[in-house]
Design a protein around this ligand. Sequence first.
Ligand code: 2AM
Ligand code: CA
Length: 273
Amino acid sequence: MIAFLKDLILEAGKICKKDQALLKPLDIEYKNTKDIVTTTDKKVENFIIENIQKKYPSHDIFGEETGKTHYNSDYTWIIDPIDGTTSFLHQQPFYSISIALQHKDQIILAAVYAPAFNELFYAQTESGAFLNTMPINVSCTDELIHSVMATGFACLRADLDQNNLPMFCKIVPKLRDIRRYGSAALDLCYVACGRLDGFWEYNLNLYDIAAGAFIVKQAKGSVTDFTGASDFPHQGIVATNTHLHTQLLDNFKTAKKHVGAKLFNRDSDLSKT
Ligand code: 2AM
Ligand code: CA
């Protein structure tokens, strides 16, 4: 199955590479004023689904663009055809394709491919995680002040009451530095291979994080929601190299107290920032 998944995601990546430079205004649709989808997102998702259905016709599929099938299979393929569509549209390299295979309620296999960098991250249960052919592990940074983390602002695009801006202002001064790449799947893989020491975001969907979160765990990282429980991404997602997990969660707890519930209200908060 891993060989099938690797071949499939690499072929899907060829479509992205070919299409990116040729995107035209007519190739863009607006889900809302800030949330976009391109013809390539749909083309890539259809390509992936067709190939899965040829090989595993009884398996269920949950794709960002096409939704869920209901075959009652124990297996579900969770697909984000382009994670980081804004980067893709703006001719930037930080986008990825993300595919995870869930058996019952456990992810057992996952791959994230960054076509512009020719980087394929993948993992399967109890086999560890890999970047291209090399095994990867999380970093060993154990102090926040020596750490570099990433975050994102899906919450702003979705016009949510709770948003990441107050938290960002409280946490960033505690770190060496922060990055904003724009693809949650890739951010998670960067935690898995030690380029980042941690990542957090609100308001992501399962297809954004299913593969990346599994790859982080297989690389000996930790992934939780903001309370330290496993209701992610619904209650937010926090991924670290494990050494920093408790420290980061404690800082979120303190930051949330200082920021106060009021500041998470979009109307009272965004107008002031
Ligand atoms: P996408 O490119 O597939 O939409 C960047 O902060 C992350 O947020 C990406 O994984 C991006 O996925 C996701 N994202 C962007 N807009 C979003 C929205 N309105 N709701 C939820 N997630 C979003
Ligand atoms: Ca996505």
